[in-house]
Design a protein around this ligand. Sequence first.
Ligand code: ZN
Length: 167
Amino acid sequence: MAHRPILRYPAPELRQRCELVLGGSELLSTLIQDLLEMMDALPGCVGLAAPQVGALLRVVVVDASRYRKKVENQGRMVLINPVQQNASGQKVFREGCLSLPDLTGNVPRATSVEYLALDERLESRPIRASGFEAVVLQHEIDHLDGVLFIDRVVCAKTDLFRRQNYL
Ligand SMILES: [Zn+2]
């Protein structure tokens, strides 16, 4: 596997707005393959965004089936140029991020989301998700605009927590 290091906060790449993917290329296929392989290789990893490996393109991969708890999910998904169509409900979830390995946070998120995105074959498809999978999608897609979960907590003093031990 082509291992790429995962950038950690405050790497400047994590704060950039990523570029739209304008068409297929070998670079894009390799990036998607690497993100999927890295997600599979990292224990408990349920999603990765391209900027986390320094690629400033609008690409995320998610797989909520890898979560340690059993949750409703659609398995592995690749989303390119995702655009939110709808979001409803609100719930606070405890989140973490490989780019901020020593923190977790209580983050308010929509409980149901709808996106339009291209899949890995660059075919347009609607994605509907709810619950944990919806949260993963929101978290990963936030990365494409340089937004991290620490930006979404209501109060940094009461909603951010230091991890006692982490991978
Ligand atoms: Zn993240």
